[in-house]
Design a protein around this ligand. Structure first.
Ligand code: CP3
Length: 380
């Protein structure tokens, strides 16, 4: 990768104090198709990975999770977190691995008491309800507060041994704040929206602390060996146009400006995924990210026309297609590839995470279809 225009001066990374702690062996990547596509460089085929590719649709994941006891213990067990990261790669020819962890590790480290209730998703013992709660929140220091995440990154890099790049990730400040304020998953976001409209200053205080925490968290993951980072803004799309700009995008822009964008002599691309964010693609492209993740509600052809000259695009098959017959999956892959068209800058993915009910054989159909059907779009 030769793109240096956006690389930051060396002192920048020194400022974060991570240089010299690199323990990862700087192996040459055997498959750098994903990194090339993110840099909009030529590739032989369109690379593909899946959000939530390690998860409950795989029987081997369920077995390892029960060995760990529960989901959080799995995240905190270096060897088992590494194992489940690699499970989908043993079955399928994916072009990237993603760290097995969760976006809610940050609020957990802030003392909110994360736990998962079977069938109900994440919950916090101590949600944020008052100004005093916001005041008490401390910006995290990843090395001290979340060492298990960095241990997992290092172990996964060792095990991958240069086969494919490793993606690190974080939630966006807004998405993290919604869970912290609601205290659990929600469909309505009543409390979070109350904060947007009734206590915007308090919300900004919380988002500021979260943004500083995410910068530290992602830079620490990069120093430990993450070769790409993705920011999951799962709930940006529930905001009004102006509230999105003010409460979600502004903080992601701040994070991107604070990231170390080069490690091991390579660019570290940043992917920004706002679910339901298709209408804001131009503003997303202006944040300085390298790629935007798209959900299935945006047309790949339109997206490319709007911002494809500036950033790469990742997506965007509806995960529900994985319940359809093989021929329907192949037809949808073909349709999305044709939508992007010939040329560089497309990473194939689902428009959101794979769900637990999917037959693992359908995933193979999907991955193989992307690889086979995309070759004509890159030849010559
Ligand atoms: O993509 C991967 O394979 C990496 C692992 C990963 C997980 N969570 C594992 C997980 C990633 C990248 C996440 C991100 C995450 N976590 C997001 C953003 C992405 C998205 O899906 O929108 C969000 C909103 C969370 C919070 C979270 N964690 C929820 C709402 C849930 C419960 C949802 C459910 O499906 O039950 C989790 C739990 C979770 N995170 C599981 C996994 C594999 C399922 C836990 C289990 O094994 O029981």
């Amino acid at each position: 990768m030769r793109r240096t225009s956006k690389s930051l001066p060396r002192e920048r990374s020194a400022r974060f104090g991570y240089l010299g702690r690199q323990t990862v062996n700087m192996t040459q990547l055997k498959n750098d198709t994903f990194l090339r596509a993110l840099a909009r460089q030529p590739v032989d085929y369109t690379p593909v990975w899946m959000m939530r590719q390690a998860g409950r649709y795989l029987p081997e994941y369920r077995a390892t999770r029960s060995q760990a006891g529960d989901f959080l213990s799995l995240c905190k067990n270096t060897e088992l977190a590494c194992e489940v990261t690699l499970q989908p790669l043993r079955r399928y020819a994916m072009d990237a691995a993603i760290l097995f962890s969760d976006i809610l590790t940050i609020p957990d480290a802030m003392g909110l008491g994360l736990h998962f209730v079977e069938g109900e998703g994440p919950k916090f013992h101590n949600p944020i309800r008052t100004a005093a709660d916001v005041e008490r929140i401390q910006v995290i220091e990843t090395q001290q507060d979340l060492p298990y995440v960095l241990d997992a990154v290092r172990a996964i890099r060792r095990e991958l041994n240069g086969s494919v790049p490793l993606i690190g990730f974080s939630g966006s400040p807004w998405t993290l704040a919604t869970y912290m304020i609601e205290g659990a998953s929600t469909r309505e976001f009543k409390r979070s929206k109350e904060w947007v409209y009734n206590s915007p200053e308090l919300l900004h205080q919380l988002l500021d602390k979260l943004a500083l925490s995410v910068i530290d968290y992602l830079n620490a993951q990069i120093a430990a060996g993450a070769q790409v980072v993705q920011i999951f803004d799962t709930w940006g799309g529930i905001l009004s146009d102006s509230a999105y700009q003010e409460f979600s995008l502004a903080y992601m822009r701040k994070i991107i400006a604070g990231l170390v964008r080069e490690a091991e002599g390579r660019q570290v691309p940043v992917i920004l995924f706002t679910k339901g964010g298709g209408q804001w693609l131009e503003s997303i492209a202006d944040t300085g990210c390298d790629a935007a993740g798209l959900d299935w509600s945006t047309s790949m052809a339109d997206a490319r026309q709007r911002v494809g000259g500036r950033i790469a695009l990742q997506g965007n098959m509806d995960p529900a297609l994985l319940r359809a017959p093989a021929a329907a999956i192949e037809a949808e892959v073909a349709r999305i590839l044709a939508g992007f068209g010939r040329g560089e800058g497309h990473v194939f993915n689902l428009g959101h995470g794979i769900t637990p009910d999917i037959d693992p054989d359908r995933v193979r159909v999907f991955i193989d279809a992307v690889h086979e059907l995309s070759r004509p779009y890159h030849a010559g």
